[in-house]
Design a protein around this ligand. Structure first.
Ligand code: SF4
Ligand code: SF4
Ligand code: ZN
Length: 611
């Protein structure tokens, strides 16, 4: 998926320098080349460098990496979004190629410049072809299987291979259409072959990361000024509203905090502890101490998370209930405790996702309506963030230096399988999570592939998952689907399609201004009979408000019997009519005036009722 937006990376080839947002080189004042990459971009850390070296040398032979990236060169990674991890690799002002993960196996696909630099050194991933095959590779961009004479072992379908003739001369490279053993049997063995470009070698001049940051100081100042001006403007527009920065423990929220402070604002830090964060909790505390800021933590007890997994299943990319219950609802409570509206700065950037791009830099989340959110770094890319944090010597989470592009919760379903497989297992939080997932899988009778391939990451897959039988995938999808209710109305009967306990429901009826009593297992309220089978019968045949009345009943049944223990309704009720006890809510009918304000904030209703 490509992200829209103006590219912000420029390169001075004269100085061999990465330049932020400027057509003029800050060092030689000459022109820079604009590089259209369309992806978020960040510096490669030592971990990434080692990974790239291992992948390139492992695939093409010892010493090949040095040919394309001599020691000390700055490498940049363009982060591509997809099912698994992949990075565009930049060095010396060129795209070297792509580093791609597929369920933990990394492969490097060189671009034409690096392929020509590598060609003389490759000792592996070559396919020897007939002289006819070699000329077909150059002229017709493919090599038929019958022209293949030999293939190096270890080639995996999809890998980039070099095409050589019997005397060893390499003139082109392309994509293998089968593993080593199967290449000769393919109709087309190597596809999309390109002739090698004439090699230009690598430039002598180069700049390490710290020096690149220093040389970009002026450009960075412009960006920071723009962002802190935005902070000042929005703070003055919302005079008197308490100002906070939501710190997640990630790099973007840290950059946001620093920008807000540079604008002369001393915010409070708010932090929602999900009990699943990757080292964020102590880091957030130390950041608050370092900058002398008040820290307000919120969050529900750790056990609730696990109970909610039992109720709803593991959070998935397409069903991220965790954020609504364990973060947004908690911030909402925090907002109420702070007193009405509050202005929260968050580290959201448009390059992260198309959704974030559409939202803009100021918004109110419907799930947290008393919180005005604003992102001063909306237009920054990861390179701006990293240069800024480096310049400010800011205390970022060191996991970023170990291949993590995002620091969120352990097993957040959003990152790739490769990302998840990097997580260390010698951690009590990790152990508990794994046990919980395994138990859920066993209870649901999930096949081993569900555990092995972490198929809980999605409730529904848009297409096939390689290596998983499509029928089995359908069965898995069916088992992990949660359908609560969809109201159907006919002849004065509204049906939810879900059983529930009317005796639990009766105690919450005052919320919707009703009273009731039990009669033969059913609840009678006014002219409505509510059965345990999930049916509401309208004794008088119903009227035009029938569907609304039924929806109210069904929504209330979720609060009564499927409480997710967030306590937001407790805080929302101005009459203190709701208390929270024993994993559920209790209503003091004498205090409830039926204003219903506790209903729209309830995440159980928001998550489980189809709109
Ligand atoms: S917010 Fe309080 S008073 Fe209003 S309906 Fe809910 S419980 Fe009753
Ligand atoms: S009933 Fe109250 S505590 Fe339970 S999920 Fe809804 S808002 Fe949260
Ligand atoms: Zn220059």
């Amino acid at each position: 998926m490509k992200l829209l937006g103006a590219p912000v990376l420029y390169w001075c080839h004269e100085c061999n320098l990465a330049v932020l947002d400027s057509r003029e080189c800050p060092q030689c004042r000459g022109g820079t080349e604009r590089i259209d990459y369309n992806f978020d971009i960040r510096p490669a850390f030592q971990y990434d460098r080692d990974l790239l070296r291992r992948t390139v040398d492992g695939q093409y032979g010892e010493g090949v990496f040095e040919r394309i990236v001599p020691d000390g060169r700055l490498i940049l990674f363009g982060i591509e979004f997809g099912e698994d991890e992949s990075y565009k690799v930049f060095c010396d002002g060129h795209i070297l190629g792509k580093l791609i993960a597929n369920c933990g196996r990394w492969a490097f696909a060189p671009g034409s410049r690096s392929a020509s630099l590598m060609a003389r050194a490759v000792t592996s991933h070559t396919v020897t072809v007939s002289s006819k095959g070699q000329s077909m590779a150059v002229r017709m961009h493919r090599v038929p299987g019958e022209e293949v004479r030999e293939a190096d072992p270890g080639i995996v379908k999809g890998d980039t291979v070099f095409v050589r003739n019997a005397s060893g001369a390499i003139k082109s490279f392309g994509r293998a259409m089968a593993d080593s053993e199967g290449l000769r049997d393919c109709k087309i063995a190597v596809k999309n072959t390109s002739p090698l470009a004439s090699s230009q070698g690598v430039p002598d001049k180069h700049h390490a990361w710290e020096e690149t940051v220093k040389l970009n100081n002026a450009q960075l100042d412009i960006m920071v000024k723009k962002s802190s001006d935005f902070v000042r403007e929005i703070v003055s527009r919302h005079k008197g509203v308490p100002c906070t920065v939501s710190l997640s423990g990630g790099k973007d929220s840290l950059a946001t905090l620093l920008v807000v402070m540079k604008a002369g604002v001393k915010p409070k830090i708010i932090y929602a502890d999900t009990h699943m964060d990757c080292g964020s909790s102590p880091l957030v505390r130390s950041i608050a101490e370092r900058y002398g800021l008040e820290l307000i933590s919120c969050g529900i007890p750790e056990d609730v998370l696990y109970r909610n997994i039992e109720r709803l299943g593991p959070p998935s990319v397409d069903y991220r209930w965790c954020c609504k219950v364990h973060q947004l609802a908690q911030f909402q409570i925090l907002g109420m405790m702070l007193g009405g509206m509050n202005l929260t700065f968050v580290g959201q950037r448009r390059y992260e996702s198309t959704l974030r791009m559409r939202i803009g830099n100021e918004w109110v989340n419907p799930a947290s309506p008393n919180q005005i959110c604003a992102s001063p770094i909306q237009d920054w890319n990861a390179l701006h963030v990293w240069m800024f944090l480096t310049r400010e010597d800011a205390p970022y989470n060191r996991l970023y230096e170990h291949g993590f592009d995002r620091i969120g919760c352990y097993w957040c379903p959003v990152p790739s399988v490769t990302h998840l497989s990097r997580i260390e297992w010698d951690d009590p939080v990790a152990d508990r999570w794994k046990e919980c997932i395994d138990r859920y899988g066993q209870d649901k009778g999930m096949p081993q592939v569900w555990h092995d391939r972490m198929l809980w990451r999605s409730r529904k897959y848009s297409g096939d998952v390689p290596g998983v039988d499509p029928e089995l995938l359908k069965e898995i999808e069916r088992k992990q689907r949660i359908v609560f209710y969809r109201t159907t109305v006919s002849d004065g009967i509204a049906s939810s399609g879900r059983e529930f306990d009317p005796s639990e429901l009766i105690r919450l009826l005052p919320i919707i201004g009703r009273e009731g009593h039990m009669e033969g297992g059913s609840l009678i309220t006014g002219d409505l009979r509510v059965s345990p089978e999930g049916c509401v019968t309208f004794q008088n045949g119903g009227d035009k408000g029938l569907r609304e009345s039924a929806d109210d009943i069904f929504d209330l049944s979720l609060m009564a019997t499927f409480c997710l223990e967030c306590t937001v309704c407790v805080h929302q009720c101005k009459n203190s009519a709701i208390t929270f006890q024993d994993s559920g809510i209790h209503l003091d009918a004498s205090k409830c005036n039926g204003c219903r304000e506790c209903m729209p904030v309830c995440p159980s209703i928001r998550i489980l009722r189809p709109r």
